[in-house]
Design a protein around this ligand. Structure first.
Ligand SMILES: Nc1ncnc2c1ncn2[C@@H]1O[C@H](COP(=O)(O)OP(=O)(O)OP(=O)(O)O)[C@@H](O)[C@H]1O
Ligand SMILES: [Mg+2]
Length: 257
């Protein structure tokens, strides 16, 4: 392993030193709700009066602007770097602002370079919380970003669904995070109920795993039938009440306020 510090890291270090805490939202698996949870968590924290940034680092499917209904953004910059977009009391930066709807057909090193560039060039200023929507899986981009954030105050939120299929993926991710010396805040169980409200049959299994591993279940977010319509209408995530209420609880348990 090279101990050499790259120029992008020096710049990134400087920016991250102005951030109170980074909340890394990730999962080993795609489609479990990382992006909707990140967006709602950032909003809930901003509503509590914290200075919040929301960073969409998903190289392949940056979806935060679509979730928040942010359209037609033209990024601006100054000598200090790229300006995040103000939205409902928080600051938002997404790879989607750079590439629009175009695919980003990048491989290996080029992909990690894009992530390095956006981390080192985004000018957040000072923040209480930076919520990061990480790319799915445990690939290079995810590791690269966690390695830079872990040098600063951070907690990792493992988003998981209670499906038996997801459990082995969660186990692998937790073991990787521990090897990487990343602080795990706990597990966010998403879609913890079935559509209709009945408890998910796999929920107990996930709880048992968390207990064995000494991990907190930070929130149990129910399946909310209204969420898709709220997203479609761009109505604001607060309008999916069961989902929103659980995420507010998550924000409370993370901040103690
Ligand atoms: N609690 C919930 N209730 C109902 N639908 C949900 C819930 N959580 C997530 N969804 C839906 O599941 C889908 C996937 O969510 P999302 O895009 O946030 O997942 P992701 O983990 O970010 O996916 P990817 O790995 O592709 O980035 C979305 O259509 C979202 O609306
Ligand atoms: Mg996503």
């Amino acid at each position: 392993m090279s101990l050499q510090v790259e120029p992008w890291e020096v710049l990134a270090e400087k920016r991250l030193s102005e951030i109170g805490e980074t909340l890394l939202v990730g999962s080993g698996k795609g489609g479990v709700g990382k992006s909707v949870v990140s967006a709602a968590l950032a909003l809930a924290l901003a509503k509590k009066g914290y200075k919040v940034g929301l960073f969409d680092l998903d190289v392949h499917g940056p979806s935060i602007p679509a979730i928040l209904g942010i359209k037609n953004v033209r990024l601006t910059g100054s000598r200090r770097g790229l300006e995040p977009v103000p939205h409902r009391g928080m600051k938002v930066m997404s790879l989607a602002f750079l590439v629009g709807d175009n695919p980003l057909p990048l491989k290996g090193a080029a992909k990690t370079e894009v992530v390095e560039d956006i981390i080192s060039n985004t000018d957040w200023g000072s923040l209480d919380y930076l919520v990061v929507d990480l790319p799915p899986g445990t690939g290079d981009e995810m590791l690269l970003s966690t390695r830079i954030f872990r040098r600063h105050t951070h907690r990792f939120l493992v988003v998981a669904t209670p499906s038996i299929i997801a459990l082995s993926v969660v186990k692998r991710l937790v073991s990787l995070l521990r090897d990487e010396k990343i602080r795990i805040a706990g597990i966010v169980e998403n879609m913890a109920t079935l559509p209709g409200g009945a408890p998910h049959p796999g929920s107990q299994l996930l709880e048992k795993y968390a207990e064995t591993e000494n991990l907190r279940v930070l929130a149990k977010i129910p399946f909310d039938e209204t969420l898709e319509e709220v997203l479609l209408k761009g109505a604001g995530l607060e309008n999916a009440p069961r989902f929103w209420h659980a995420v507010e609880g998550l924000a409370e348990s993370l901040t103690g306020t």
